[in-house]
Write a protein that binds this ligand. Structure first.
Ligand SMILES: C[S@@+](CC[C@H](N)C(=O)[O-])C[C@H]1O[C@@H](n2cnc3c(N)ncnc32)[C@H](O)[C@@H]1O
Length: 258
């Protein structure tokens, strides 16, 4: 059997989702006739496979989760939206007259965000961008992108890159998910398996698939608030507040230690 090619899975998927929602650009067709919904396929390293509609990455504010609205109210100064995707939140911040830059590692996602009107974009990793000399007041990690902390090893490196990009008084506003409320045996045993391997329970090892493409396997972290506090120890960030009104989802606000 041929292995899938490694490529810009998120970008290809979001281009097609944009075409299906707007009718602009070539659409994936079922049987060559009917536009078909675009599905994000997520594989986990215990064999679990999940599919989710990709269309929500293009949601307008009226379709958002309540915590997304509360996150935007916390933004101030120049905002760096990290893992901006199709520009869902950055475009709304821009519409409100605030300075916002959207950063993503996916060329296709940046292309779609620009086509939708986002003016200031960066196609780069946060690590490479941290040496560019730009400075921000708010770092946004929405759409569960607190997950980009990845692991106990990666989190301090990621947080250090943000500190290098930070103005005095800067804040990180991140949406995360506490994974431990579940009683689903598939997830409970995955958390146990991770801990037995020295990983955090909710340290997911994933790869995304779309049509002929796959990503490399990567870590994406769902952590409890206690675990997040522990990850901040020894970094230049401290936990300022937690909004867990939409449990198991939460918004964590972290501030730069002056
Ligand atoms: C779950 S989506 C969230 C998109 C957007 N924030 C939203 O709420 O609609 C994750 C996004 O992060 C991007 N991404 C993944 N790894 C990244 C990394 N290491 N640095 C920057 N962006 C990354 C993906 O390309 C994708 O656009």
């Amino acid at each position: 059997m041929d292995e899938p090619l490694i490529g810009d899975v998120f970008g290809e998927m979001i281009r097609d989702a944009y075409a299906v929602r707007t009718g602009r650009g070539p659409r994936p067709l079922a049987g060559g006739r009917v536009p078909r919904p675009v599905i994000e396929v997520i594989e986990r390293d215990d064999g679990l496979i999940n599919g989710a509609l990709a269309d929500h990455y293009l949601d307008e504010p009226a379709e958002w989760q309540p915590h997304d609205h509360r996150a935007l109210r916390l933004c101030r100064g120049h905002v760096l939206d990290i893992g901006v995707g199709a520009g869902r939140t950055a475009i709304e911040i821009q519409r409100r007259g605030m300075a916002v830059t959207g950063l993503d590692t996916s060329r296709g996602a940046i292309e779609v965000a620009r086509r939708r009107g986002l003016r200031d974009t960066v196609l780069n990793t946060i690590d490479a961008y941290a040496v560019a000399g730009a400075r921000y007041d708010t770092f946004l990690l929405l759409g569960n992108n607190l997950g980009l902390l990845e692991s106990r090893q990666r989190a301090p490196i990621f947080l250090d890159a943000l500190a290098r990009l930070a103005n005095p008084g800067a804040r990180i506003i991140a949406q995360g998910t506490d994974p431990y409320g579940t009683t689903d045996p598939v997830h409970v045993s995955y958390h146990r398996r991770n801990r037995e391997r020295g990983r955090l329970g909710g340290q997911l090892r994933l790869r995304l698939r779309y049509r002929m493409l796959a990503t490399e396997w990567f870590d994406y972290l769902n952590c409890s608030i206690e675990e997040l506090s522990a990850l901040l120890t020894g970094t230049r960030w401290r936990l300022k507040s937690i909004d867990d009104e939409d449990r198991p989802y939460y918004l964590a606000v972290m501030e730069l230690i002056s």
